[in-house]
Design a protein around this ligand. Sequence first.
Ligand code: DX5
Ligand code: ZN
Length: 226
Amino acid sequence: MHDSVLVSPSILSADMAHLADDLDKIAGADYIHIDVMDGHFTKNLTFGAGIVGACKRSTDVPLDVHMMVTNPDDTVDWYIDAGADLITIHFEASTHLHGTLKHIQSRGVKAGVVLNPATPVSLLENIIEDVDAVLLMSVNPGFGGQSFIEGTFAKIRELRALCERHGVSPLIEVDGGVSRKNVEAVCAAGANMVVAGSAVFGADDPASEIDVIRELGTRGLASARG
Ligand code: DX5
Ligand code: ZN
């Protein structure tokens, strides 16, 4: 397990006309979360591999690429080539989940699986030992600024128990509606990595907001360990 909670600000809430400036503001983050949406898996349409490559050239912070696309099995290489450090793909979208995760890892990139709010944690039973990360969606994918779905707390606890039973400790990442108001509880349930889009970019000082979220999350995680 990680001592300090990892904070991954989502550039979905950044100003695309001033992306380099916004990347500078979050230079103290642990990862940068890039929401790839294809207009099919999600209604929204956002970034492709070009933006991932542009971020890679503009920041030293590792890139956390969240692929909300219908065909992740066919397109992960574009994002690996563009410089992704962690790629997460949706359980609901991948036909060959094990194969694609292994392929990502074989290219030296961390690989994770994402569950939508209605997808049960129990479906991870036969893949949990093969992942570097599990991302639990705490909103329905598509847009920033939505409210955290409370049922996610039980899913985080269930995921932690599943990991313990299998003797593995992947990153447990939570995405959607996370802010300084709930991050302590999210991490007390067992999350050790959080995405925050509107909470970071909506703050007066994004850099210090990252520190506040990390500190509160780390306090929650420490309480979870007892
Ligand atoms: C939603 C995205 C999130 C989004 C989070 O589909 O996956 O990463 O940017 O935004 P906030 O933190 O504003 O809920
Ligand atoms: Zn995301």
